[in-house]
Design a protein around this ligand. Structure first.
Ligand SMILES: O=P(O)(O)OC[C@H]1O[C@H](O)[C@H](O)[C@@H](O)[C@@H]1O
Length: 547
């Protein structure tokens, strides 16, 4: 039986948006602002401590009205409520999607298969708090009785990107007498460099893996254990130097970690939605249990905003809808994430997994091919102002349309002369330059030789949003992450994709397992790959040298 396609492009709102885009798509931001002096104060929204200015997006009030209608027609609110009430909306894995339960207050009740999950969430948080406090105070010591000075998170994907991003983002609040490292790559260089200058007797490994079967993490954890044992010479040291964060108690036991030192979470938490679960243990050790609860409070504030704000003033809904507009109507393929804050240097990398693993899909929830619209955009970015001296040339004058998300703060955590004003001046200048550009006449009026005029002209009309918050605090980070989590959700509903599975990562894993056996076999293996893979594999075997 043929699977019904998603008739998204035939829905009234989509058709109306297409017609509207056709009629107004060429309007320049310069004219939109000139005609409408209130635009910059009207096309904004505020919630959970974040101020979103989307007036420099290529939209009008009518565009926004139609986009909100699209959200209504696609049932975004009903899907949101289904998610929040624990329905199994991750249909390809038959799972509920309840990262919101990770930050629910103790008094909340959220049922999965008839069982309230909130008490378990708080029980884990309490155990984490107790453990984190003991590491921070020095009460938890290594096997030889030395105090823990180094915390190394071993994990990959959602079990790495959240922890490393949050640590970098909240470094200002982190214990200064502890060193934090993050090991993810199966490339031995990662572990070797992360541990080179550390004393095993003072090092705690947090092995973070939802499944506890991930090749990279298990390989790194085994080598870390060997490193500890080589120095401390006693199997009992493992219990003092390794803790696990996982949903898989059986595998944790097999690895040799005492389940008493395991912090659990649940299959209704997706890896890329897990930085506020026990996966955040390294974050909690860094910023302390209080700081972690503030982080959760920020998430919760944005959850509440998402749940209750009208769609046309709902930050995640607006961010999600603007992404749909840019991708499907203006034809943008990527989104640049440009934090004007050094602490957010890993935020673009974090968002890459959140957005692209969630919405990088080409079939509908029911499994029908998506043929006539585009889904998740490619996310990338670097902190400003560094990007300005690198790829902004293309943003301003290239042939591609790259919508930008600027992120900035009114107050700095490191006041230093003029630095912060200079930073924010750059943020504001870039949004302005992208939107308004510089006409050939303006360039000529500056006395530019005619042959250089085309080179020095800026077309403008390049869309951006600006997210401004007061100060980068744990709660701000929580709100920011939840903003994007729910924006991704909104888009997934509109595009009719399962934003919570990731089958696309499986094939490579399976092939790698087969190839590993061929690389490691003593006898020349009979190869049955394509001619390219066969030749590369033979060349590697011939040239890798002695092992
Ligand atoms: O936490 P783990 O089970 O080790 O998984 C780590 C990562 O690997 C998988 O392949 C998925 O692509 C990611 O979504 C996941 O976050």
């Amino acid at each position: 039986m043929a699977i019904e396609p998603t008739w998204l492009t035939r829905t009234p709102a989509w058709t109306a948006l297409a017609a509207h885009c056709h009629a107004t798509g060429t309007a320049h931001l310069r004219d939109l602002f000139a005609r409408d002096p209130g635009r910059g104060e009207r096309l904004v929204a505020e919630g959970a401590g974040l101020y979103l200015d989307y007036s420099k997006q290529r939209v009008t009030d009518e565009t926004m009205r139609l986009l909100v209608r699209l959200a209504e027609e696609r049932g975004v609110a009903a899907r949101r409520d289904a998610m929040l009430s624990g329905e199994k909306i991750n249909v390809t894995e038959g799972r509920a999607v309840l990262h919101v339960a990770l930050r629910a207050p103790r008094s909340a009740r959220i049922l999965v298969d008839g069982k309230d999950v909130v008490p378990e969430v708080h029980a884990v948080l309490d155990r984490m708090s107790d453990f984190a406090a003991r590491v921070r105070s020095g009460a938890w010591t290594g096997f030889t009785g030395k105090r823990i000075r180094n915390v190394v998170n071993v994990g990959i994907g959602g079990s790495d990107l959240g922890p490393v991003m949050a640590y970098e983002a909240l470094r200002h609040y982190a214990a200064r007498d502890l060193v934090f490292r993050f090991v993810s790559n199966v490339d031995g260089t990662d572990l070797a460099e992360a541990t080179r200058d550390l004393d095993p007797a003072e090092t705690l490994f947090v092995v973070s893996s939802k499944t506890f079967t991930t090749l990279e993490t298990m390989t790194n954890a085994a080598s870390a254990r060997a490193w500890v044992l080589a120095a401390l010479g006693d199997e009992r040291a493992v219990a003092r130097h390794f803790v696990a964060v996982s949903t898989n108690e059986g595998e944790v036991r097999k690895f040799g970690i005492d389940p008493a030192n395991m912090f659990g979470f649940w299959d209704w938490v997706g890896g890329r939605y897990s930085m506020d679960s026990a996966i955040g243990l390294s974050t909690m050790i860094a910023i302390g249990p209080e700081g972690f609860r503030e982080l959760l409070g920020g998430f919760r504030a944005m959850d509440e905003h998402f749940r209750t704000a009208p769609l046309d003033r709902n930050l995640p809904v607006l961010v999600g809808l603007l992404g749909v507009w840019n991708t499907d109507f203006l034809g943008a393929v990527t989104v640049a994430v440009l934090p004007y804050d050094q602490y957010l240097k890993r935020f673009p990398a974090y968002l890459q997994q959140l957005t692209m693993e969630s919405n990088g899909k080409r079939v509908s929830v029911a499994g029908a091919p998506i043929a006539d619209y585009s889904t998740g955009a490619i996310y990338w970015g670097e902190p400003g102002t560094n990007g300005q001296h690198s790829f902004y040339q293309l943003l301003h004058q290239g042939t591609h349309l790259v919508p930008c998300d600027f992120i900035g703060f009114c107050r700095t955590l490191n006041p230093l002369g003029r630095h912060h004003d200079l930073l924010v001046a750059n943020l504001l200048a870039q949004g302005e330059a992208l939107a308004f550009g510089k006409t050939a006449d303006e360039v000529r009026a500056e006395g530019t030789p005619e042959r250089l005029v085309p080179h020095r002209t800026f077309p403008g009309n390049r869309p951006s949003s600006t997210i401004l918050a007061d100060r980068l605090e744990p709660a701000t980070l929580g709100a920011l992450v939840a903003l994007y989590e729910h924006a991704v959700f909104t888009q997934g509903v509109i595009w009719d994709v399962d934003s919570f599975d990731q089958w696309g990562v499986e094939l490579g894993k399976v092939l790698a397992t087969r190839i590993v056996a061929e690389l490691e076999s003593a006898a020349e293996p009979a190869l049955a790959h394509d001619s390219s893979t066969n030749a590369l594999l033979r060349r590697y075997r011939a040239r890798r040298g002695q092992r």
